[in-house]
Design a protein. Structure first.
Length: 229
């Protein structure tokens, strides 16, 4: 999947460069820019449903309030199964993210591409289930092997921030396609006693000794124009 994302980044960079060399309007003309609301979906979730033991959806919306500034909201739901030699578990819940994108790309007149950095504050509420696990002592694994001991942990939560670098390209009238790379930093989380959160919806994999995570999005959005300025 990472290989395809990298190829997509390269294609978008070349397409933006080509667009800059071939502007649709002369620079001397003052063109009014569209301000509106964009709604869309993160298609990377659908890719994960094919490649992982995962189900989920993520919806995206932004509102352009300044020439370069967009207010952004994202909501989603994750259902992720984690199975390995040590544990069989499942994590399910929802999340919401809010923040902004700032477009630092200088578009030629008439174009609406974006190269932006962004920030999000995110919160998630979820539950986890443990179906069985393997206990390890200092001498050897228990003779009984995996221990089947079902436990359900509700009312779990987590808060984190995200730093984002992304691209958006207008591919048709009011239709945009984009991708972003995200660096996540966990602020706090509520986890069960004697069992850490291996996965947080919206954040992805969590490790005990590292508060950082990463993410990739691949969005398709439609803009509802409101005004021209």
């Amino acid at each position: 999947m990472l290989r395809y994302i990298i190829k997509f980044f390269i294609v978008m960079i070349f397409s933006v460069g080509y667009s800059q060399e071939n502007p649709s309007q002369p620079d001397s003309l003052k063109i009014k820019e569209k301000y509106g609301i964009r709604f869309g979906i993160d298609l990377s979730k659908q890719v994960r449903m094919i490649t992982e033991d995962y189900n989920g959806v993520s919806l995206y919306a932004d509102l352009r309030i300044k020439e370069r500034l967009f207010i952004v909201a994202e909501v989603g739901n994750d259902d992720k199964k984690i199975y390995n030699e040590n544990i069989d578990s499942n994590f399910k819940g929802s999340y919401i993210k809010a923040g902004f994108n700032y477009n630092f790309y200088n578009n030629p007149p008439g174009l609406e591409n974006e190269i932006y950095f962004g920030f999000r504050f995110a919160t998630s509420s979820f539950k986890s289930e443990v179906f069985d696990y393997l206990v390890y002592d200092l001498d050897k694994y228990w003779e009984n092997g995996r221990i089947e001991d079902y436990n359900e942990y509700n009312n779990l939560s987590a808060n984190w921030i995200e730093l984002i670098l992304g691209f958006n390209a207008k591919i048709s009238k009011n239709i945009f396609m984009g991708t972003s790379l995200r660096l996540n930093r966990m602020i706090n989380q509520k986890s069960p006693e004697n069992f850490g959160n291996l996965y947080v919806p919206g954040f992805n994999i969590v490790t005990e000794d590292n508060n950082f995570g990463t993410g990739i999005t691949y969005t398709l959005t439609y803009r509802i124009p409101i005004v021209k300025k």
